[in-house]
Design a binder for this molecule. Structure first.
Ligand code: XMP
Length: 328
């Protein structure tokens, strides 16, 4: 393991606001020392890890940090707006917002193979980010929200640990990774101490390719909107009933086939919306969450009446294995 990438055995687990505060102060001092008066670039997705990394860097070097938020069109409802509100408006961050929606959706048009979709999204993301980096002058550092499980998993060869690990070599940035020795629960405690909103700090896991892997098959804009709207209803209802604390991950999937239904007394031919709600410890195996029937009925009522193009709701009751958590 690379020097500096191993968590010391004596390092105390960050479980309290006081321990978080001590960590924050230590990291701010270390980053000030490392960065000096140079500029740092960060891809800010709005996920917990990159948000906490950004908030730490803003405290350490203020507007020497340049955050780039790429909207690839596959984010959940309200997410780009939240990133802008929290970081630009509330924290005064130097934030570049890139609307790359058309670019991603045009590249993905007609592509139905899940792995090809993932590759296109990953490559396009790096291209957009690199183009933004090229426009800037004097960037010396690249900040990343790498966390300790990423390092452990990359050691074991499970996944490449850098979310922007594919940055072209010409950039030659030095890395800044303030939370790389922390576990996820510690990142959340630090995020809370930094004043980030709960909706960011306690966010459920969300895959990099976003809603793209939940709009099964070739992505179309109308079906993608159906995924986004049904997901928003699900999050609102889970939040209202407190299920968001009991269920590890919950989301909707809209497959690309239709079935017959009735709307306003007329025949309609529309998509089904699948709900997946699971509990797990580590995402390696998972169990479907058991939820109250009236709650399921309310979700069905809202989704079929509020989301254009959906006339039927299905519940995915399959554990992992045999199913994976995501559908693609
Ligand atoms: P699966 O579907 O493999 O999902 O059972 C396990 C966990 O990983 C998330 N997931 C992803 N996360 N990029 C990500 O960053 C991906 O391509 C991806 N695919 C799945 C999934 O949401 C679940 O929490």
């Amino acid at each position: 393991m690379e020097q500096g990438n191993k968590r010391p055995e004596t390092m105390e687990r960050i479980t309290t606001p006081e321990l978080a505060q001590a960590f924050i102060e230590e990291q701010i001092a270390a980053m000030k020392e490392q960065i000096g008066d140079k500029k740092v670039l960060l891809a800010l997705s709005g996920g917990v890890d990159s948000s906490v990394t950004a908030a730490l860097l803003i405290k350490a070097v203020g507007t020497q940090l340049v955050c780039v938020h790429v909207n690839h069109g596959l984010l959940r409802k309200g997410e780009p707006e939240q990133v802008i509100k929290v970081f630009r408006e509330q924290m005064g961050a130097n934030l570049i917002y890139v609307d790359a929606v058309d670019r991603f959706l045009d590249k993905l048009a007609g592509v139905s193979d899940p792995e090809t979709k993932r590759k296109i999204i990953g490559k396009e993301f790096i291209d957009v980010f690199a183009e933004e980096a090229e426009k800037l002058e004097g960037i010396r550092f690249l900040a990343q929200g790498t966390i300790y499980p990423d390092i452990l998993e990359s050691e074991k060869g499970i996944k490449a640990h850098h979310n922007v690990g594919g940055m072209p070599e010409k950039f030659d940035f030095e890395l800044v990774e303030p939370v790389k020795l922390l576990y996820k629960d510690e990142v959340r405690v630090v995020g809370k101490a930094l004043g980030l909103p709960d909706s960011m700090v306690y966010r459920q896991p969300f895959p990099g390719p976003g809603l793209g892997v939940r709009c099964v098959g070739a992505i179309t804009r109308d079906r993608l909107e159906a995924v986004r709207e049904s997901d928003a209803i699900l999050r609102e209802e889970f939040g209202r009933d407190g299920y968001d604390n009991d269920v590890w991950q919950y989301f909707t999937i809209v497959p690309d086939f239709r079935s017959t239904g009735i709307r306003d007394g007329e025949r309609c031919f529309e998509w089904p919306c699948v709900i997946r709600a699971i509990n797990t410890l580590d995402a390696v195996t998972a169990e479907p969450a058991e939820l109250d029937w009236p709650f399921v009925q309310r979700l069905t009522e809202r989704i079929t009446h509020e989301v254009p193009g959906i006339n039927r709701v299905l519940w995915d009751v399959t554990p992992k294995p045999t199913a994976t958590i995501e559908w693609e």
